[in-house]
Design a protein around this ligand. Structure first.
Ligand code: CUA
Length: 340
């Protein structure tokens, strides 16, 4: 006979499973508990304080509940255990007030420490679209998408806006969350204390592909970051092979229609409705961290991106297989010299 699962048996089981699943993931590139900089570290500190205190409250309450259920009824008629109201005043009023004040003070400490510092190594503007991120370095003249490159060891200012609905930028290892609100500019910051690659995620439900609105953050040592800046300030070299040159014609041709939405630095393609493609081949992922950046996946994405990300705004491309191969060859030439 099938046993009926009771809710109070499922909830602790589900909670334990999620904790174990989080702990098991070994690369920790998207984990608020594996901070790689002062902002995330402060938030992790606050999280552990709250986790510790609230766990103690939960266990204490469960202990008293068990005690109340197991012990024989005691006290005078209509009274409470112990026969006076001292226990209720202490455990029911004073202790909760002390705990809430302690949590308030801890939160205030974090709020103060998370204030954006005046100075920053670089400012990055991020504009959220359904479902990808437009990324600009206004002081450096660099535009890219779905990837942030930052120098290590110094604050980075983030200025965020939205082109359509409310999104939220969150890189758990590095940042707090910040909403991207249409018509409003919000500011926050991050700092990476070591070089590495982390994954960020849109943290505000924004439609069908909210879960696939991610981005990668690459933190580089300052010299490497300066080299990245130099490489990205010069448009990619002209394509050399015949196939790539044909692919360029396909890109700028009317049949593929790429230039209606995309931009490539140093060319006449300057539309801003879809991700900038200037150094597409140097990126880690495609489709806002939906798939790896590999030529065959790129071809399948161009042919029909909806097989990976249903509902995104990129239409199916009406070109034949030869044109598609040439187009991918051209797009794969769009890389920074560091990737040669
Ligand atoms: Cu953008 Cu969720």
């Amino acid at each position: 006979m099938q046993k009926k699962l009771r809710p109070f048996a499922i909830i602790p089981g589900a909670a334990l499973t999620s904790v174990l699943l989080t702990a098991c993931h070994d690369d920790h590139i998207q984990s608020a508990l594996h901070s790689a900089g002062p902002v995330a570290q402060e938030i992790a500190w606050l999280w552990w304080i709250m986790f510790g205190i609230l766990s103690a409250v939960f266990l204490g309450t469960m202990f008293l509940l068990a005690l109340a259920l197991m012990l024989p009824r005691c006290g005078k008629k209509g009274g409470v255990p112990g026969g006076d109201t001292r226990f209720i005043v202490i455990a029911g009023i004073i202790v909760p007030i002390v705990i809430l004040i302690a949590l308030l003070l801890a939160s205030l400490r974090s709020t103060i420490r998370l204030r954006t510092p005046e100075e920053a190594a670089v400012t990055i503007k991020v504009r959220g679209f359904q479902w990808w991120w437009h990324v600009e370095y206004p002081e450096l003249g660099i535009t890219t998408a779905n990837e942030l490159h930052v120098p290590t060891g110094a604050p980075v200012h983030l200025v965020v806006e939205s082109a359509d609905v409310v999104h939220s930028l969150w890189v758990p290892n590095l940042t707090s969350k910040m909403d991207l609100v249409p018509g409003k500019t919000n500011r926050f910051w991050l700092q990476a204390d070591r070089a590495g690659v982390w994954r960020g995620q849109c943290a505000e439900y924004c439609g069908l592909q909210h879960a696939l609105m991610a981005l990668m953050v690459v933190a580089l040592e300052p010299e490497e970051f300066n080299a990245w800046v130099r490489h990205h300030q010069t448009p990619p070299a002209e394509p050399q092979t015949e196939l790539a040159l044909r692919g360029r014609d396909v890109f700028f041709g009317a049949a593929a229609g790429c230039t209606a939405c995309h931009a490539i630095g140093g060319t006449s393609a300057q539309a801003r409705l879809a991700p900038d493609l200037t150094f597409l081949a140097s990126r880690l992922t495609l489709g806002a961290a939906t798939i790896d950046n590999e030529p065959d996946l790129l071809a399948r994405w161009i042919a029909d991106s909806h097989q990976f990300k249903p509902g995104n705004l990129m239409p199916r491309t009406q070109i034949d297989d030869d044109e598609l191969a040439a187009l991918v060859e051209y797009l794969m030439t769009l890389k920074s010299p560091a990737h040669d």
